[in-house]
Ligand binder design. Structure first.
Ligand code: GRF
Length: 234
């Protein structure tokens, strides 16, 4: 665990409604998270992204980004003193110049258990359709570091969500999203505070608070705060 003198400054990049942004903003107001991180910027490639409206409602600075202009993105992030980039439903490829500069300090959430059901074009409802078409019995969110290939970076945390007999892509999406809202803010804080990080060889080291040492997956630890939070989400 790392002691904090000041909160880590986070930029959230989002293209859509921003429910994960909302979950992060809400979590940062809890005692569990107090003083550890702050959302200092919300940026989007889309002017109509609901995430921008949510940011405005919370007095968080907003910006539009030209998704292919990595240098402009870097300069925006520098202007806001950003230390950690959080992708939350950001549907564009992040330029390599950005993923390289933020190596180990840029994360994403994907709504399936990577490395299955990920990659270019695998987003939104398509992911859940593919899970059902494959007959998978378990799905769930994956939080991972972002590198220069879609959905490939080292995994920070995952959470299992059952696929039920009568599921449609939409019902499965709703169930996975509830788990995302519990898992992602805690995984983001673990990275923000240095509890979980990439080592020199690109491996994820450390553990999320409330989970057994070395575990990125708290199912077996019934006493963990994360397990409680996810259980409450269902
Ligand atoms: C989530 O399902 C997330 O896994 C994916 O995009 C969706 C974003 O939803 N990366 P929201 O905009 O946070 O509501």
């Amino acid at each position: 665990m790392t002691d904090h003198v000041r909160p880590t400054r986070i930029a959230v990049l989002a293209s859509g409604g921003g429910s994960n942004l909302q979950a992060l903003l809400d979590h940062l107001r809890t005692d569990e998270a107090a003083g550890r991180a702050t959302v200092s910027l919300v940026a989007s490639d889309r002017a109509d992204a609901g995430a921008l409206a949510r940011a405005t409602a919370h007095d968080v600075p907003c910006a539009r980004v030209a998704p292919d202009d990595g240098e402009e993105m870097l300069s925006l992030l520098a202007t806001h003193g950003i230390e950690l980039v959080v992708l939350a439903g950001y549907l564009r490829f992040v330029p390599e110049v950005v993923t390289r500069r933020f190596h180990g300090r840029i994360v994403n959430v994907h709504p399936a258990l990577l490395p299955s059901f990920g990659g270019h074009g695998m987003y939104g409802i398509r992911v859940h359709r593919a899970v059902l078409a494959a007959g998978a019995r378990i799905s769930g969110p994956t939080v991972h570091f972002v590198d220069e290939v879609y959905d490939r970076g080292p995994i920070v945390a995952q959470w299992p969500v059952p696929v039920l007999g009568g599921d449609t892509p939409e019902s499965l999406a709703k169930r996975v999203l509830r788990a995302e809202h519990a898992l992602y803010p805690r995984a983001v804080l673990a990275v923000a505070s240095g509890d979980v990080r990439l080592d020199e060889s690109g491996r994820v080291v450390g553990a999320m608070r409330g989970l057994a040492d070395g575990s990125a997956f708290g199912l077996l630890d019934g006493s963990s705060t994360l397990a409680d939070a996810v259980a409450r989400a269902f």
